[in-house]
Design a protein around this ligand. Structure first.
Ligand SMILES: Cc1cc2nc3c(=O)[nH]c(=O)nc-3n(C[C@H](O)[C@H](O)[C@H](O)COP(=O)(O)OP(=O)(O)OC[C@H]3O[C@@H](n4cnc5c(N)ncnc54)[C@H](O)[C@@H]3O)c2cc1C
Length: 397
């Protein structure tokens, strides 16, 4: 029997960071690829909104430390295609209450993993953190670690580099304003429908960021997730010489104040006179991504401004350039990335690759490689066992 000719080898659903990175790697294998994006490319409405992200190696799990290390050569490769630096390597500072376990992990556990993998870092006391990194009024009991390979990622430049590559690549077609509204299967072939038309492919990669359920529901399964509409703000430097690394503070919640914050250095590529500081919590998680707003929660901003005022030197504690970013987080404890094929009750499940949930900007080029291999070869050379959690978290509808 002759195989029916499809329009594409692979259709990538979602044109955010992961979709563009997957297309980049597919193009290198000369796979005929279509990327469908419901909004415009490089939009501010998904999980890749805003400009800066943290690249860090400390994680409580050794496999996450390893993954951050493994991502580095892929960043170097992507950098070779970019006219501007994609990262500003200012280091990672983790500090706070050593007893706190947060969604980021725990300082002592991260130290153990770094040690096990021979990653160099420095342990710090509260006073050393204050002296070297401009924080102040920290409790004596706080501890910290500094890891010099951490960086601030220029996410917009990363997306632009991937977009520019795909735009001129003969193997890739990019279509924006193309929401996927139907996925059908005709024998082994996928027909993916948007209001503009239907396209066929042998394989599909599903990377719709926080809109994950909107897409996998079309194939009659879902993932239990909670949605965080995260606030962010910039604070003006009053001391032009002051510079911070990328940092995260571990503290226990106090009432509605989740009390965990993270921040960035001043960078040339965005409001260079300002420093970005953001809360790593939301007061009210959402049940549905459609409930998000573009206005940050004022109370979350107030808690952030209070932290800046009390603990950071050289900044005016008035929030400026505020924004939000939407992310889907699964209920997987610590293992927030879910990378898998569709569950077995979906026809041709091994031709459907899904990436969902979690904090993954630091892995963008590596994840693109993993997802492209899964689509083209049906497996990946990378060990994704810790992330292959679909059997537990995908539910049939
Ligand atoms: C506030 C915040 C801070 C973060 N900080 C860090 C950090 O410091 N370090 C780190 O490593 N990670 C961080 N992350 C996580 C990281 O930014 C995300 O993991 C990453 O950007 C996700 O990219 P994505 O391509 O999966 O999703 P997205 O960028 O959301 O892209 C998905 C795309 O799919 C499109 N889409 C959805 N449904 C459809 C459909 N039906 N048809 C067509 N297109 C569709 C969407 O419009 C969207 O453009 C942070 C996230 C947030 C929100």
């Amino acid at each position: 029997m002759h195989k029916i000719r499809t329009n594409y080898d692979v259709i990538v659903i979602g044109g955010g960071a992961m979709g563009l990175a997957t297309a980049y790697h597919l193009s290198k294998k000369k796979a005929k690829t279509l990327v469908l994006e419901q909004f415009t490319f490089i939009n501010q409405l998904g999980s890749s909104a805003g400009v800066s992200r943290q690249y860090r190696i400390p994680y409580p799990e050794e496999y996450m430390v390893q993954m951050a290390l493994d991502a580095q050569p892929y960043w170097d490769e992507l950098q070779s295609h970019a006219p501007m630096p994609l990262m500003d390597k200012v280091g990672t500072l983790w500090f706070g209450d050593p007893k706190v376990h947060s969604t980021e992990g725990n300082i002592a556990e991260a130290e153990k993993s770094l040690k096990a993998l021979n990653v160099p870092y420095t342990s710090l006391t509260s006073r050393e953190i204050e002296k070297k990194y401009h924080f102040t009024n920290l409790p004596e009991t706080y501890t910290g670690l500094f890891q010099a390979d951490g960086a601030s990622i220029d996410l917009r430049a990363t997306l632009q580099t991937l977009y520019d590559w795909n735009k001129v690549n003969l193997h890739v077609t990019l279509k924006e304003e193309s929401p996927v509204i139907k996925i059908e299967q005709i024998h082994q072939i996928f027909q993916v429908t948007t209001p503009e038309g239907a396209y066929t492919a042998d394989k599909i990669v599903i990377v719709p960021g926080p809109y994950i359920n909107n897409v996998i529901n079309l194939l009659k399964f879902k993932i239990e997730a909670t949605y965080w509409n995260m606030s962010s703000a910039y604070f003006k430097k009053t001391d032009p010489k002051i510079q911070y690394p990328t940092w995260f503070v571990f503290q226990n919640a106090e009432g509605s104040n989740g009390n965990q914050f993270y921040g960035f250095p001043a960078v040339d590529w965005n409001h260079p006179e300002y420093i970005r500081v953001a809360p790593d919590f939301v007061i009210e998680p959402l049940d549905n991504p459609n409930q998000r707003t573009l206005i940050p929660n004022p109370q979350e901003l107030a808690y952030t401004a209070e932290w800046v005022k009390k603990h950071m030197k050289g900044l005016d504690p008035t929030p400026h350039y505020t924004s939000t970013c939407l992310i889907a987080l699964s209920k997987i404890p610590n293992k927030e990335l879910l990378i898998d094929f569709a569950p077995p009750y979906v026809a041709n499940n091994d031709s459907i690759v899904v990436y969902a949930t979690g904090w993954a900007a630091k892995f963008i080029p590596l994840l693109g490689k993993i997802l492209s291999e899964m689509a083209l070869e049906g497996h990946t050379s990378y060990n994704i066992e810790p992330f292959q959690m679909g059997y537990k978290y995908f539910k049939s509808m």
